[in-house]
Each structure stands twice: as structure tokens, then as C-alpha cells.
Design a protein around this ligand. Structure first.
Ligand code: SF4
Length: 187
């Protein structure tokens, strides 16, 4: 169980990104570090996941949030479109965010290289880089549940995750298209 923090703004703008509404730096809402961490602790989650948008475009604030989260015992997973090697040599804010992250999932989304086996990533170039031992046991290639399906009391259905075209069509056929809403996170 995790809380996701969606960063507004992404300067990478991968072709085929499924969250183009997060490209612009305008939008979203300002939330304090204390509020985010306190809400996550109160919810009883194991950690925070930074996604977006691009967390390293707001590395100073991201590092503050990651440090505060770890200080309260939360794990920190960060998805970034930048590659680890470039972040290590970028600036003190980027290095501070790396230093307060347990697991980095790096690399841009490449539509021509779709991921077909591992969970959580959209293209095969993206890497899981363990910066601490906290999530060392996590094996994305072993995860068989590729999607989350949530059925609300009003009958609406939310789907998060990645499916191939045939599986997505089968899911759509097996539910009422009038009552189905599909949402997908950034790769
Ligand atoms: S896939 Fe990630 S890095 Fe690429 S444009 Fe979308 S949010 Fe930015």
C-alpha cells in the first residue's frame, strides 16, 4: 500500500506519454511536505511513490519530501524520465533526491520499445535501480497482476496498469462500456 505523489510538469515530453496533461508546469495544487507525509503516515501506507510529471524537475522540493518521508519510516520510490547516470552528475538537488530515494525507476518512455514482461514500466529501456536494500526483494518480472481493477459502489470501474491490446479489448467486452472508465498511470 503506497501513496502516489504526482508531480506537475515534465520537460522531457516523451512521445506517447499517457500523461501529457502533466507536461505543463502550470496546474496541479501546492501541498506542503508536512501535509503529504502526515497524510501518508495517517493512511498507514508503507511508502511514497513519486511519479508525474517529472520529480527531478522539482528536485529541491522532491528531496525535502523524500527526506521527511524517510524520517517517518516511509520508503521512497521515484519514477524519472532521466537516466541515473545523468542525475548523479547533475546538481546538488538531484543528488539530494537520489540520496533520499530507496528505489529509482529511470529512463524515458520509448514507444518503439514496449515492455512486455515487467510490471510498472512502459518500455524495455527503463531500469529498476536499488539505491538502498529496502525494496531489494521486489522483482518486477515476477509480478503477475498487471492491472488493478476497482469497482465502485455506483458500478463504475477504474483500471490502472498496462494491458496488451487483446487483453484490453477482452476486459472492455466483459464489462459494460457505458459504465467503464479507464485510467492509466504514467509509464
Ligand atoms: S513518460 Fe514520464 S518522463 Fe516521459 S513525458 Fe511522460 S511523465 Fe515525462
Amino acid at each position: 500500500m503506497r501513496s502516489a505523489v504526482w508531480f506537475q510538469g515534465c520537460s522531457i515530453e516523451c512521445i506517447g506519454c499517457i500523461n501529457p496533461q502533466l507536461f505543463s508546469k502550470r496546474g496541479g495544487s501546492l501541498v506542503s511536505v508536512d501535509t503529504l507525509v502526515s497524510d501518508a503516515v495517517a493512511a498507514g501506507v508503507e511508502g511514497l511513490t513519486f511519479i508525474g510529471g517529472e520529480p527531478f524537475d522539482q528536485a529541491h522540493a522532491g528531496a525535502a519530501l523524500a527526506k521527511a518521508a524517510q524520517a517517518r519510516g516511509l520508503g521512497v520510490v521515484v519514477f524519472t524520465g532521466y537516466e541515473f547516470e545523468s542525475l548523479k552528475n547533475r546538481d546538488p538537488d538531484a543528488r539530494a533526491l537520489l540520496a533520499a530515494s530507496d528505489l529509482l525507476v529511470d529512463g524515458p518512455y520509448l514507444a518503439q520499445s514496449p515492455e512486455t514482461a515487467r510490471a510498472l514500466v512502459g518500455s524495455s529501456n527503463q531500469r529498476f535501480i536499488h539505491l538502498t536494500e529496502r525494496y531489494a526483494a521486489y522483482k518486477p518480472e515476477m509480478v503477475t497482476n498487471r492491472i488493478d481493477v476497482r469497482v465502485s459502489a455506483d458500478g463504475s470501474i477504474d483500471v490502472a496498469g498496462f494491458l496488451g491490446t487483446e487483453a484490453l479489448q477482452a476486459l472492455a467486452i466483459s464489462t459494460s462500456s457505458r459504465r467503464t472508465k479507464r485510467t492509466f498511470p504514467a509509464p
